[in-house]
Design a binder for this molecule. Sequence first.
Ligand code: AMP
Length: 231
Amino acid sequence: MLTLLPPQFRLDFAAFRVLSLGHWQHLVTVYFGVSGRDIKPMQLIFLGPPGAGKGTQASFLAERRQIPHISTGDILRDAIAGKTALGIQAQNHVEAGELVPDLLIMALMRERFGQSDMVRGWILDGFPRTLPQAHALDQLLSLFRQPYPRVVHFESSPDILVKRMLARGRKDDNEDTIRRRLDVYQEDTAPLIDFYQRRRCLTTVNGNLSVDEVARTLEEALLQAQCSPPV
Ligand code: AMP
């Protein structure tokens, strides 16, 4: 195309292409608050113990990228408050700090993946939480032709987690339930760290830092993080 132009226009045309790319990136940065090289759809799993800051960071990031933040905990709390069939089945488990049965969660996520807003990217916060849920997610990804997600592991020390959860004052945030949820995390969810590490899709961030510091390290980690699951 360039060689078809008379020589006096070639330089201008090349300059225009460079300028317009820079201009486009600038507009994206100004309007969306993200760098132009990172606006491709983003599929993320946030993994970590309760109280590690997954929900806070997921809601910031989802707002900035204009993608859905899917918190299974929030969906269950809404269902319990609304006394829906799902809420009635989940209530005792949630209030005791136990996991809701896998089949209920899988059905809920299958329905969620079928919604049209999922094409722009998504952040999963609190799912998967067990190995069977991780395998079910693999099937959902292939069923809905979704890309393989990157996994962010929020690492936090137990005393900080307990302090943060007690300060939140949620109904399932009393001391006994908190201890049970931390035990359940170790037993059922922590094995997922190894599961995703083996797929080379896991990035760890330090969840002990302040909210702003975690947000900054998360953005940096996401720019570098690659995911290349073995086929
Ligand atoms: P969260 O707000 O993510 O800490 O979740 C609150 C509670 O909801 C948990 O303690 C579980 O009882 C239940 N829950 C949330 N997500 C899941 C899941 N993926 N599998 C089973 N139970 C879940």
